[in-house]
Ligand binder design. Structure first.
Ligand SMILES: [Zn+2]
Length: 391
């Protein structure tokens, strides 16, 4: 069987699963579970893999809803990454039900390539992308060691093989002041809310002088108890993001200075905590991205390598891409203008366009696995690019 025939065969194997993948992704969609609580989704996905000949390890990396399904032996070892967590209130408004369906569908189809050429496949189930960065923990605990490539496809409003994603870290701040009657004895008070407001103003001023694509944004979670009491406590959550790790380190210092300034001006005491989970920027493997793009285009879906209009946030797949050659392409399931994390997107994640995007993603990933196992030189190019610094 030559490569073209093998690709036709993996496409047919995705088609053969159409109904099951549709049911699986819709079942996850109608049972949204938050990060680290994806008990049903993890059970359904691992059952599906087992039924299709994968051996499954559950609760890997000491995370209850993480898993690994394996098929085949040895090198190359290629991972398909599955996400399946939902968002508070909005449900599957990021379409992770489609990511899960696409990755297991690709894995089951790509068994044909492993049977023919050797190597191994893993489906790595990664919980809590949205709230806790589950992959950051799993990378630290070695889940992605000794792999040769990793991929997943995220639904969105643009088709693009390359995903920009920013380095990101959370910052929690609190100010402690002194309560007093706001009218009777304002001079006795130290206003923790004013410290927070000054900090916001300082961040707004800073923002116009930071590098393109860097972001600082946040909310106030405590602004006092009553209008007639000088607030003795205020609190807020912020995210600081930058295109690369070095600039994120610099921006962290400058963002923190804004809060120090608020404390100095008001006399309130500042306490802060940087988040334990730091998202790394996405390091897109262009060799892999080009293969994926070619395969997607052969299915009739136009896909630029990268789309300048594509919005960018941060993803824990960035951390994976730092330790193994990886891609995180986007597949369009809605028209540009409908953003992820909106009620409209939640509907799209259960629509025919959503299912179509998931099946195309599964096919193109399975075809890319054919490229990687059938031609050892291809795998070598992927690894060579990864070996080069900033590749
Ligand atoms: Zn997402």
């Amino acid at each position: 069987m030559d490569i073209a025939e093998l690709k036709a065969s993996v496409i047919a194997r995705v088609e053969a699963q159409r109904q099951q993948l549709r049911n699986l992704s819709l079942k996850i969609h109608s049972n949204p579970e938050l990060g680290f609580k994806e008990v049903k989704a993890a059970a359904w996905l691992t059952q599906y893999l087992e039924k299709n000949g994968f051996s499954v390890e559950r609760s890997i990396c000491e995370l209850e809803t993480a898993f690994r399904g394996s098929y085949g032996k040895g090198k190359p070892a290629i991972a398909l990454v599955a996400e399946y967590d939902a968002l508070p209130k909005l449900g599957h408004a990021c379409g992770h039900n489609l990511i899960a369906g696409g990755s297991v569908g690709a894995a089951v189809a790509a068994k044909a390539a492993i049977d023919r050429f050797g190597g191994s496949l893993q489906v790595i189930g990664t919980p809590a992308e949205e709230l806790y960065g589950g992959k950051v923990i799993m990378v630290e605990r070695g889940a992605f060691d000794s792999l040769d490539a990793a991929m997943m496809v995220h639904p969105g409003s643009h088709n693009a093989a390359v995903t920009p994603a920013l380095a990101c870290i959370a910052l929690e701040v609190e100010f402690f002041g002194r309560a007093a009657h706001a009218a009777g004895h304002p001079e006795a008070g130290i206003n923790a809310l004013e410290a927070m407001l000054l900090s916001f103003a300082a961040i707004n001023s800073l923002r116009q002088h930071i590098k393109d694509k860097a972001r600082i944004h946040g909310i106030i979670t405590d602004g006092g108890d009553a209008a007639n009491i000088v607030p003795d406590h205020s609190a807020g959550n912020f995210l600081v993001r930058a295109e690369d790790d070095a600039y994120l380190d610099e921006l962290k210092e400058r963002a923190l200075d804004c809060f120090v300034g608020g404390a100095t001006a008001t006399g309130a005491r500042l306490e802060y905590r940087w988040g334990e989970t730091r998202y790394a920027p996405m390091r897109n493997n262009l060799t892999l991205a080009r293969l994926f793009r070619q395969n997607m285009q052969s299915l009739g879906r136009q896909m630029p390598l990268s789309d300048p209009d594509r919005s960018f946030g941060s993803t824990d797949m960035g951390n994976v891409s730092q330790v193994v050659p990886g891609i995180h392409p986007g597949v369009a399931i809605v028209s540009p203008g409908v953003g992820n994390h909106s009620p409209e997107f939640a509907l799209a994640a259960a629509s025919e366009a959503g299912i179509g995007g998931m099946l195309d993603a599964a096919k193109a990933m399975a075809m890319t696995i054919v490229d990687l196992v059938a031609i050892p030189e291809t795998m070598t190019r992927v690894k060579r690019e990864f070996g080069k610094k900033n590749g």
